[in-house]
Design a binder for this molecule. Structure first.
Ligand code: ADP
Ligand code: ZN
Length: 622
């Protein structure tokens, strides 16, 4: 190993390369630990600043003569932008993936083997190839294999929501190169997933850093499905006109339909799912990253590794599988720390679907049991009448106070005692069984309870049941809420193609009146107009524009136009050149010299050199 020439200090790298004045939260501690060769498992929410936790050590160690950091990241589609951002900051980085020509790949391999690269990004499947392993071995023998960074580490666990079998072979790295330090990072992992990551990656001896999972700038809103597409449209029009956002749907078909519908309603919406032509998919992703104000309607295939900082909302039209999934997906909003919203519409059909998907999956009973438990936790969140954030954080093992920035905190929901109604529903299901052994779905059950004489009612003679019309005083929506809760709590189950309902063992206690059921009062969809509760404050409380004085606003617009041109020339998203917050700071402070410019957060040495003069010109300093 060549002797280290000099030992740069992490804080200097942060300031010089990234243009930031200080580390945030646990970053400093993590960076020190990893720079000195320690192993680490880092759990930090999206937007918490995970990238710097391995990028700064990578740069410090490379400058100290330790060679290349290999970053394992599952999404090759995004490596280009990640590497572009580093190169913009003057860090020599590259990626190897299947999209490259042989020539390109060979050039990068040479840079890597010479130890000149600070960071090399690679997909997990590449690590298994004999060619790549031989190259790593060669680096290692010469003391030039500095560090392994394993991004999205939850992919190694089958309990996580994004299991990838290629990740399983990552423990190979540790077996082959036991003395090379490793840092594994994830934004989402509950207890069981954490334990699994540690075991599978053999990180038993590593230090575990767990940051608070709170994302205080994200407001959580969960509404009951009524006409979901219209609810979504109203949410976008009232709170997020012109904003970038992501809308998650479960099926590809629904993705396409929803995107088309939103477009017809005047929203700049694009579709994204795994079944689409890969060129179109890439084009849509590029437009989302590069243009302002695109709404991406997508399956969960979209989003991992998307580090666009100014996504202002994430909406769910279907229930996610569990809280980790929900938190990961909603976490893509507001990475820049500005106000953002996570909105979800959920209904009875969601509960039924998710339960059925678990039941019908080919997994072991143990696995299904875990999945059911996770779904239950999510349902409890959706039905909650208390603080959403408190529940979310509690799920990740954190205690907190009511947040003041979720729908329930802002507007305490009305509740009603549904104990009697639940008993009516259960005894009606019981009567069906007695009366011919037939099972029925929720729709018919509600018709009978409400005394609605349909053809089916007459066909089965259900107007003669003792439970006929006993629940006429409740509306259909309320009945749906009761059933949803009964399914969520496991007192009834739905089965088969027609989702017929039957009682479980635990229904007995409810029937006997031993269990009290307190439900949210259905929210009336008449919440019209710019509601006082979200209104503009929920929209972009601290975002740049409204605060800027007119001349500063003018400078901000000029800077954005300049940035758009540079981004286009470099084939990179605009935020890779400078983030909005940085441009806004320039517009506000109005620096007149390179010296003043360098004091602005986000302006590192390389960017100052490359763009300083141009910026001063745009700012009218010359
Ligand atoms: P994560 O990967 O955890 O989601 P990122 O690494 O993308 O988060 O960081 C989120 C945002 O915070 C980025 O815009 C990044 O530039 C910014 N950031 C991270 N650390 C700092 C810091 N110490 N000072 C200023 N900005 C930071
Ligand atoms: Zn709250």
């Amino acid at each position: 190993m060549s002797p280290p020439k000099h030992h740069p200090v992490p804080i200097n790298i942060l300031q010089e390369v990234f243009g930031y004045s200080a580390f945030r939260g646990q970053q400093a501690e993590i960076v020190d630990h990893v720079t000195q060769g320690g192993d680490a498992l880092v759990l930090m929410p999206t937007g918490g600043g995970k990238s710097l936790c391995y990028q700064v050590p990578a740069i410090v160690r490379q400058r100290a003569g330790h060679g290349v950091t290999v970053v394992v990241s599952p999404l090759i589609a995004l490596m280009h932008d990640q590497v572009g951002a580093l190169e913009e900051a003057g860090v020599h980085a590259a990626f190897l993936n299947s999209s490259q020509s042989q020539e390109e790949a060979q050039h990068i391999e040479r840079e890597m083997l010479a130890g000149r690269l600070s960071l090399l990004y690679a997909a997990p499947e590449r690590l298994n190839t004999p060619r790549f392993l031989a190259q790593l071995t060669s680096l290692h023998e010469r003391g030039l294999l500095s560090l392994f960074a394993i991004d999205e580490a939850h992919c190694v666990s089958q309990w996580g929501h994004d299991f990838r079998s290629e990740y399983l072979s990552l423990n190979l790295l540790h077996e082959r190169f036991p003395d090379v330090p490793r840092i594994a990072l994830t934004a989402t992992a509950d207890d069981i997933t954490r334990a699994d990551i540690i075991e599978r990656l053999q990180l038993q001896d590593s230090r575990v850093f767990i940051a608070s999972f709170d994302r205080p700038n994200i407001r959580y809103l969960i509404v009951e499905k009524d006409k979901p597409k219209e609810q979504l449209l109203r949410f976008i029009q009232e709170d997020h006109d012109g904003d970038a956002g992501v809308v998650y749907c479960q099926s590809r078909k629904k993705v396409e339909e929803t995107a088309e519908w939103l477009r017809a309603e005047g929203v700049s919406a694009l579709a994204y799912h795994a079944g689409m032509d890969s060129d179109i998919r890439r084009r849509h992703q590029d437009r989302f990253l590069r243009e302002d104000g695109i709404v991406m309607v997508a399956t969960v295939a979209f989003g991992m590794g998307i580090d666009k900082p100014d996504v202002r909302f994430v909406a769910h039209l279907d229930l996610p599988k569990n809280i980790e999934g929900y938190y990961q997906e909603t976490g893509r909003a507001g990475r820049d720390g500005e106000a953002a919203q996570a909105w979800m519409a959920y209904g009875l059909a969601d509960v039924v679907n998710q339960r059925r998907m678990i039941d019908e999956s080919p997994s072991t009973e143990e696995f299904k049991q875990v999945q059911r438990g996770k779904l239950d936790a999510l349902l409890a969140l959706a039905e909650a009448t208390d603080c959403r954030r408190q529940r979310l954080l509690a799920y990740f093992g954190e205690e907190s106070e009511p947040c003041g920035n979720c729908d329930n905190c802002l507007h305490a929901p009305a509740t009603w005692d549904a104990t009697e109604s639940a008993r009516m529903a259960l005894s009606c299901i019981y009567r069906f069984r007695q009366n011919g052994g037939q099972r029925f779905g929720a729709g018919h059950l509600i018709d009978v309870l409400r005394g609605k004489e349909t053809e089916k009612v007459r066909q089965y003679g259900h107007q003669h049941l003792s439970t006929w019309a006993i629940g006429a005083s409740l509306g259909e929506q309320q009945w749906r809420a009761v059933l949803r809760q009964l399914i969520a709590l496991g007192h009834v189950v739905t089965e088969g193609e027609f989702h017929t309902i039957s009682l479980t063992e635990s229904a007995r206690a409810v029937l006997k009146g031993e269990v009290q059921l307190l439900l949210r009062q259905p929210t009336t969809p008449a919440r019209k107009g710019k509601t006082s509760r979200t209104g503009t404050s929920g929209k972009r409380a601290t975002l740049v524009d409204p605060e800027l004085a007119p001349d500063a606003q003018f400078r901000f617009n000029s800077l954005k136009a300049w940035r758009a041109e540079v981004a286009r020339e470099h084939g990179l998203p605009a935020y890779v050149i400078f983030q909005n917050v940085t441009l806004a700071e320039m517009a506000r402070q109005h620096p007149r010299s390179l010296e003043e410019l360098s004091g602005i957060s986000g302006v590192g040495a390389k960017k100052l050199e490359a763009y300083g003069e141009d910026l001063l010109r745009v700012l009218g300093a010359h």
